[in-house]
Design a protein around this ligand. Structure first.
Ligand code: CMP
Length: 140
């Protein structure tokens, strides 16, 4: 099915100036950017986005990292977009990510892991709506 997924290029990858290289990977995989904006997240925005992780031991470090610099947020659309984006990203921990994936090539640690991508249809819908009101998504 044609799906939409929420993608974030995290502060480490923005700082490395690889937004374009990551977009090229999305495009070459047939994923279309249908919404995008750069943002400096506030703590409240980052905490809200990652609310499901609030009780996890890594939550504070995760939020600290996500507000440490600007991020690039986009909605990707295409056939099986959620799984396709997760394949492109590789494992959460870059040490475990397959060769040729975004995290293997650009990430430094489990926190500074270059990209976020929604993990299921329900979370994708919630995450897209969190950052993009419907009128700012440009699907055909
Ligand atoms: P992300 O896909 O953005 O979702 C939650 C983030 O928490 C994850 O990527 C990692 O960057 C970060 N994180 C840090 N430690 C862990 C951990 N032990 N398990 C999962 N995610 C972690």
């Amino acid at each position: 099915a044609i799906e939409r997924t929420l993608s974030i290029i995290k502060p480490d990858a923005v700082a490395k100036n690889v937004i374009g290289q990551i977009y090229t990977r999305f495009e070459n995989a047939g994923l279309k950017v249908v919404a995008a904006r750069m943002a400096q997240l506030s703590r409240a925005e980052a905490e809200g986005f990652y609310a499901v992780h609030r009780e996890r031991p890594f939550f504070k470090d995760l939020v600290d990292f996500m507000v440490s610099g600007p991020v690039m947020i986009q909605v990707l659309e295409g056939e099986s977009a959620i799984a396709k984006n997760r394949e492109l990203m590789g494992a959460t921990d870059p040490k475990k990510a397959d060769k040729g994936t975004i995290r293997a090539d650009f990430a430094d640690s489990i926190d500074a892991n270059a990209v976020h991508g929604s993990d299921a249809v329900e979370t994708a819908n919630v995450e897209v709506a969190y950052f993009f009101p419907a009128l700012n998504v440009y699907s055909r």
